[in-house]
Write a protein that binds this ligand. Sequence first.
Ligand SMILES: Cc1cc2nc3c(=O)[nH]c(=O)nc-3n(C[C@H](O)[C@H](O)[C@H](O)COP(=O)(O)O)c2cc1C
Length: 236
Amino acid sequence: MAEAPIEWSQEAVARCVADVVSSRRAVRAFKPEPLRREDVEDILQAAATAPSGANIQPWRVYVVSGAFKNDLANALVAAFRAGTAPVPAHFPEPLPDVFRARLTDFGARYYASLGIDRNDYRARARQTEQNFSFFGAPVGLIISIDRRLKPHSWIDIGLFAQNLMIAAKARGIDTCPQVSFAPFHDLLAAHLHMPPEEVTAFGMAMGYGDPEARVNQTRMPRERVQDFARLFGFPA
Ligand SMILES: Cc1cc2nc3c(=O)[nH]c(=O)nc-3n(C[C@H](O)[C@H](O)[C@H](O)COP(=O)(O)O)c2cc1C
């Protein structure tokens, strides 16, 4: 028998969506509890409702778990330790002051939550290494895109990723988007049998977050609307 549709007021829908959106965090410590394949597939199907320019849907996703994920993580950690991947340059140098200030603030909050001295480069490297085991999450994702596409289409995979994280959060499942994988494209392409036209854009850890872990208790601040938006044509 088909389920009866739930009658939600517009206000209830708005609050529910806002709650899910604002409760999403980059989670970096997970419980070992596995994810069900059906849940992962449901989340991916929901993510695929993301808009894309001319509906070209450029996202490609590799989902790893179990022994496969562990083998991949071991290979990535070994490559990271060997220093064979090019040093990632996610931001331009010099980084404009406004962004430098926020990046510095991020680092202060992040390393404080881990009890790491910002000048302790070895401890910081050990933490960076955690990226490559998906921070202990039971499921890892690698999201790639056809390298022939222009930056315009990279917007689409960002929208896909946000949809994915919200669809997961609505099911009580946490995530951490991770650009750290991008420099390891060759290794990933070999393990995941990517076709040559694909390039790794980013990865993502996915699982049930550990709320007790201090790293998961950090809150990253946001600018206020009046600081980043200008509204025109509205009555005063
Ligand atoms: C495109 C992208 C790449 C990111 N890459 C990493 C990463 O490699 N490792 C990591 O720990 N966090 C990564 N993050 C998480 C950000 O640090 C985090 O989203 C930001 O500090 C805001 O915190 P919040 O998501 O908890 O609100 C990434 C986020 C985005 C959107």
